[in-house]
Ligand binder design. Sequence first.
Ligand code: DX5
Ligand code: ZN
Length: 226
Amino acid sequence: MTVPAPIVAPSILAADFARLADEVHAVESTADWLHVDVMDNHFVPNLTIGLPVVQSLLAVTTLPFDVHLMIEDPRRWAPSYADAGAYNVTFHAEACDNPVSLAKDLRSAGAKAGLAIDRDTPIEPYLDLLPSFDTLLIMTIKAGFGGQRFIPELLDKVRTARQHADAGHLELRIEVDGGIAADTIEQAAVAGADAFVAGTAVYAAADPAAAVTQLRRLAERAVPPT
Ligand code: DX5
Ligand code: ZN
């Protein structure tokens, strides 16, 4: 089996929102994707940014956007992010009653389709849906806020998803989000994740670009790409 090189996606949730373009440029040389957390104060209690800000940011960088929608009614909004040029659009399983149909729409709009699984949601009911998706985002915290402590027990879901994806030869990135840092990324990689979101670990670092490189090295060391 071939193991792809790991993806590191800095989350701008931990950046200085008054200087967003500069904060994006600060990771441009080393990041694989830019992770953008859209929160609507309904699906999660927090409120962040929406489509106009994402459109403005898309115009200032060539980084692929990994949009993580923590919103109710993703069917209403998700396709617009794909139309705007996001590389990957992820919506939450808990917020959508027909995930496969929305995934299809995202793909026909030219984006990758992602399914997110929050802390308290089991993975098993969604395994059969995975062929319709390009990314599976497994929360390693409760969605809603940055800077929370990583919950290692949630890696069981990553192991289950990895076994399922490998057995079915699925082309699927398994992404982890929440509390990913130098002291947690290796166990997530060993569990089977191959895309890593990091907010605090990147933007609280003195050198955000170097922090991305260090995280990628740790993931590669834990599971060498082949
Ligand atoms: C939280 C967001 C995460 C957040 C992660 O719900 O989905 O992307 O930015 O932040 P850290 O890396 O600080 O846990
Ligand atoms: Zn996120």
